[in-house]
Design a protein. Sequence first.
Length: 386
Amino acid sequence: MTLEIAFALLTGPALGIIMMNVPPALTELMALYRVSYTEIALLMSALLWPHTAMQLPAGMIADRLGLRRTQVISLGCMCIGSLLPALAPLFALGIVGRMLTGVGTAMAWMATMKLLAVHAPGGRAGAYQAFFGGFFSLGSISAYLAIPIVLRAGWRWIFLIPAVICVALLAVVPMLRLPPHASAAQSVPLRRILAVRQAWLLGSYHAVAYGSMMSLGSWVPAVLAEVVRGRTATELAWAGALFMLVSGVSRLCGGIVIFRVPPPAVAHGSLVGLAALCVALAATSTPGAVLALALLAAWFGSINFGALFQLASRSVAPDSLGTFLGFVNTIGNVGAVALTIMFGWSKDALGSFAWGFAALAVLAVTTLLAGLHALGPEPKSVHPTS
């Protein structure tokens, strides 16, 4: 394994900890800032909005500035963004710091995905990208385990731990053998990428799969609370951690699966399984069955991560890969936000999460029908002048 691959894979759990350091310390931070649940939700989501908005710009930056500069800028943003809230117990500093961190996480994510696409041996970019995604999920779980422990040394360590991680990764960047930035003539114009049907289809598959994983990861304790009498979502929060663990393991396994199974087959099969599970979840009210089906949904919603990005990595030349991956990931993140809101609306307006599962099943089938014959094993690469 090369240093570049090792660095990229280590970035996965690092990003998981950096992005998820706030939720494990929710009670302590609410007391520190003297804020309500609504206000602390602003702090929790402050990272996600710039992270989502920056996916496409981050990919374009990685293409134009090169991977080394992009990694330095991203790690710098995350380091400074993590240090700002540690300066003083001011809620405004926390919000600004998390937003700056979100800019950094978006750039780090896209730069790492491109780094793996360029350096993965044997044309197995999707497998290594799946490992990266799986390690990210495991890093998120590590945050839930580590942050309560470091809190004993003081609240500032909630934010200092991510900063220390960023400094450690920054020390490795000068040793990496990374390709230079692309010239404008070498890269595909954004308008050309927006006209590629495969980009929209891969983004749609990612929106359904990644969106279901992220939204259900947030809502599964409440989904269980709907069918378990006398228990609250807080008491069932362990189900969320278990859901994310299954998701992370599934991504890792998906990277192995595409060594033997064609990526399109994995992508299509995951949506078939997800649609069937959502139909079952909409019709089930037995607690054990709901939990089992939800965990299976985590598996099917995550196993195609490497397959989708394997297909995406073969769609354009390396000089434009960051932009293409950024576009696909933007659609995926929009899907995550939209599905999270949809499940909440389903519960509030219709009285049950079942309607949300039914809608997700229809969306999965519709997306599958659109891409069933269009996503081929060897997509034609888009070039600047083609």
